[in-house]
Design a binder for this molecule. Structure first.
Ligand code: SF4
Length: 89
């Protein structure tokens, strides 16, 4: 199976999104199939793939669609916050 290669910034977003699903705060993540519950409860999507699509969004807004610009901004903001946390240790 071939998937479109993600930039490092997109990869961080994808991992963060998947982690949100896996924490299952929404109670819609199905661990066995790695999917969101079927529609109309959830979107029914295979989440390791859906979370790679930057323009996709969680049906319950736990994570949002992002433009190319927003992906880079988010990665920059996270990097700055991480540096701040390191300085406070
Ligand atoms: S896509 Fe949204 S509703 Fe579905 S499992 Fe992930 S966080 Fe939950």
């Amino acid at each position: 199976m071939s998937l479109i290669k993600l930039t490092p910034e997109e990869s961080l977003i994808q991992q963060a999104r998947l982690k949100v699903c896996q924490t299952n705060e929404c109670k819609k993540y199905v661990k066995f199939t790695m999917t969101c519950k079927p529609w109309p409860i959830g979107c029914g999507c295979f989440l390791p793939a859906k979370t790679r699509i930057m323009g996709a969004k969680c049906p319950d807004d736990y994570w949002v669609a992002m433009s190319e610009h927003e992906v880079v901004d988010s990665a920059y903001t996270n990097a700055v916050e991480s540096l701040g946390e390191l300085e406070n240790e």
